[in-house]
Ligand binder design. Sequence first.
Ligand code: BDR
Ligand code: CA
Length: 308
Amino acid sequence: RFPVIIDCDPGVDDTAALLLASRMDELDIRGITTVAGNVGVDKTTANAIKVRHAMGEDIPIFMGADRPMFRDPVTAEKFHGEDGFGDVIYPKEISDNEIGEEKAWDAIYRIAKECNGELIVIAVGPMTNLGIALSKYKDLPQLIKRIVIMGGAAIGGNITPSAEFNIYVDPEAADMLFCCGVPVYMCGLDVTLKAYMTPEEIEEIGALGSFQAKLFRDVLQGGLKKYLGWGYKGVALHDPVAVLYAVDDSIFETHHVGIRVETKGLLTLGKTVTDLLSDKQMEHNAYIVTNVNREAFLEKVKSLMSKF
Ligand code: BDR
Ligand code: CA
């Protein structure tokens, strides 16, 4: 099994990603680290505790940064609800609401050491915790096998015309990832907008009947309405793409490319600049995921959710 840390800001699609991750036999989830992003870190941590309960597993949660490394916070309540949980009331009483005492970046380093170079970090929120970890622990890159992120895009953005939310919120931290020497696999909007679920497909998950399947459906409902309003066929499962990709890339299209993050641009702050389509090449430090077999992706989502 792959030892992984899931660094996240739940978040409605983060919630979907965690639920799916917990049913993947290939994953050994060593920790969930939380960060400020969609909402403040107190709320993303409270949401992670709810999702851990739904996952039915005893996974340690470590709280991370309450703000980006060098900038003011940017949040996304409009999409994720005031509570970051789609304003869905969690249906059960939670008795275990403990979290680890370590900060997220210290836990990432300790767990990476324990995993002897095998750790995969899946980061589906702003990359602040990893940025801090890389600044604090200079030998961390040698201890991580790969980093799979949801963030960025070769195409345009969603929070600005140029930038995707997770990268825009903390562009300096994101650029540290791309420069640290660990292979970074970027599941950005190029692929995640293609990994969407229509209203009928979301209902099919809810109809599986478990409370986790209904939770998956309910947290995605608010976002679904927004995507339909924007003219899409369904809601993009951004963060689940990174989790599924980390285990099996066979249903995705990937290219070895150069990627850096714009940290100064006036119109392009937070843009992930790539040489995917350019004849002027950059150092090939990363992988960009550009496509998915949506039918196969949905099959996997459904079969994982039916394990609850
Ligand atoms: C990303 O931003 C967040 O709002 C989502 O959870 C996802 O990680 C999509 O741009
Ligand atoms: Ca997220």
